[in-house]
Design a protein around this ligand. Structure first.
Ligand code: NAD
Length: 465
């Protein structure tokens, strides 16, 4: 029989898991001050190691330092700052109202860590998507085993170094590896699983988690529509669409996947997007040092396959040596190949609509997306789309910035995921609230006890209604 874990260092993985379980058993992070101290240390070490982080992101994805700071390192620092500021409040036992039927008692909820959390992260924001869930999980008092992506090896290595110099053994441990290592990890009994990645693998993770009744958060992907209404500010829309779509060369889970615009403004919008691409990335983006690259040849080839001489509107040039493809606009309908799955690259299909209700119907025919964007000056249009389309989160008159702060939770629904994190929502994700009724002993109301009488029943009905 073939042993699928033949090449996996299972012993070392089990050792790490045991250390994490031991750490939790000893309740080492029970005190919020200890958690705060560790988060501060993480913050300081990220600052100390930022040049190595930038270098690794440059090697893996050709991200510029500005982009790496803005969309990875800075966001993590911001989340740590938020957690440090609010930790004392978040970790307090929360008093809640006690109903009269429980007289005399006190009710409260104690925030408790789940225990040992498995975090599996992808390659597209390989620093942020590995560290940010750790920040939330550790703030909530958990231990973590992280499996970063094998497709961003330089960043995954730096992440491991950062973790090793920051966290004591057992608090956060890293398991490098591929699908086999991830599968072996998923066969173990964790207290919580936090997965970021594709919808396909998300389904596998959820099936495995069910074996042990392990709760999961799934941060998945999907096709995020970007609706441009006929009374939108066209130039501003174009600038913000180009920013959100071509950041990280389109390899962003919340990037606008396609533009869905009213037919009356289509030509004007395309002209504006073309101008913006040139303004932001230059005449030859594939020679622009600050323009990221596709992660690997496989993804590069998939992207090239979406461009044909019949659908090409703008861009389309590529360089296989540096794995770059220009920001590219293609003309599309919902039947086209490029519209069947999440694109995850620098190809932007332009699809037109004539009637908003029909547009909403078409969006609703797709799986529920992780994000949706509306460009319109009309409140009615904005409200109609917000009301009738289901999606994880999004922006009105902008793209992708809703994920940047710690004030809003971030996550999808159905095919684009379940659960959320960032800020308080992130703290709650990794926290189990123990609900307690603390009953006083000086009085013991008799209504609930047998033998039941008409009077008791009458009183019970008075209290419980
Ligand atoms: P992926 O699902 O291929 O891989 C993600 C992680 O899962 C990696 O660490 C990988 O090693 C591991 N993995 C792969 N196969 C596995 C298996 N069979 N069992 C267990 N683990 C396995 O995703 P990816 O290609 O790294 O990332 C791209 C996808 O992630 C896109 O769909 C994108 O939309 C999504 N994404 C979502 C978010 C979000 O926050 N919602 C963020 C970034 C990326």
């Amino acid at each position: 029989m073939v042993n699928e874990f033949e090449n996996v260092d299972t012993l070392s993985i089990l050792e790490k898991l045991n250390r994490a379980k031991e750490y939790q058993k000893n309740k080492m992070l029970f005190d919020w001050k200890k958690r705060k101290e560790i988060l501060k240390k993480l913050y300081d070490n990220i600052i100390k190691m930022q040049d190595e982080i930038f270098e690794a992101l440059k090697k893996d994805l050709n991200k510029s330092e500005v982009e790496s700071y803005m969309s990875e390192v800075g966001l993590v620092l911001n989340e740590i700052t938020f957690m440090i500021k609010h930790l004392k409040k978040f970790t307090k036992t929360k008093k809640v109202r006690t109903s009269l039927s429980q007289f005399h008692a006190r009710s409260y909820q104690i925030p408790c860590p789940y225990g040992v959390v498995l975090v599996i992260s992808p390659w597209n924001y390989p620093f942020m998507l590995a560290i940010e869930p750790i920040v939330d999980a550790v703030a909530s008092g958990n231990s973590v085993i992280l499996k970063p992506s094998e497709f961003s090896p330089n960043t995954s290595q730096v992440v491991e170094e950062l973790i090793n110099i920051t966290f004591p053994q057992g608090l956060v441990e890293v398991v490098q590896g591929e699908k086999e290592e991830a599968t072996f990890l998923l066969d173990q009994d964790f207290d919580y699983i936090f997965f970021t990645g594709s919808t396909r693998v998300g389904k596998i993770v959820m099936q495995k988690a069910a074996e042990n009744f392990t709760p999961v958060t799934l941060e998945l992907g999907g096709k995020c529509p970007c609706i441009v209404d006929k009374n939108a500010d066209i130039d501003l829309s174009a600038r913000r669409i180009v920013f959100g779509k071509f950041l990280n060369c389109g390899q962003t889970c919340v990037a606008p996947d396609y533009v869905y615009c009213h037919k009356d403004i289509k030509t004007k919008l395309i002209d504006a997007i073309e101008r913006e691409i040139v303004l932001q990335y230059g005449i030859s983006p594939i020679e622009n040092e600050n323009y990221p690259k596709l992660i690997n040849l496989k993804q590069f080839n998939v992207m090239c396959s979406f461009i044909t001489k019949d659908n090409l509107i703008f861009g389309g040039k590529n360089n296989v040596d540096n794995l770059k493809i220009e920001p590219t606009l293609v003309s599309s309908t919902f039947e086209d190949e490029v519209m069947q799955d999440e694109i995850f690259g620098p190809i932007l299909p332009i699809v037109e609509y004539e009637n908003l209700d029909e547009a909403i119907d078409n969006i609703r025919n797709y799986p529920k997306p992780l994000a949706l964007y509306i460009f319109s000056k009309s409140k009615d249009v904005q409200n109609k789309i917000l009301k009738y389309c289901d999606f994880g989160g999004g922006c009105v008159n902008d793209t992708i910035i809703h994920i940047a702060g710690s004030e809003l939770g971030f996550g999808g629904l159905k095919e684009s995921g379940m659960g959320a994190y960032h800020g308080k929502v992130g703290f709650d994700t990794f926290t189990h609230y123990k609900s307690i009724v603390d009953k006083k002993c000086w009085i013991d109301l008799p209504m609930r006890y047998q033998p039941y009488t008409k009077l008791k029943y009458k009183i019970i009905r008075k209290f419980l209604k």
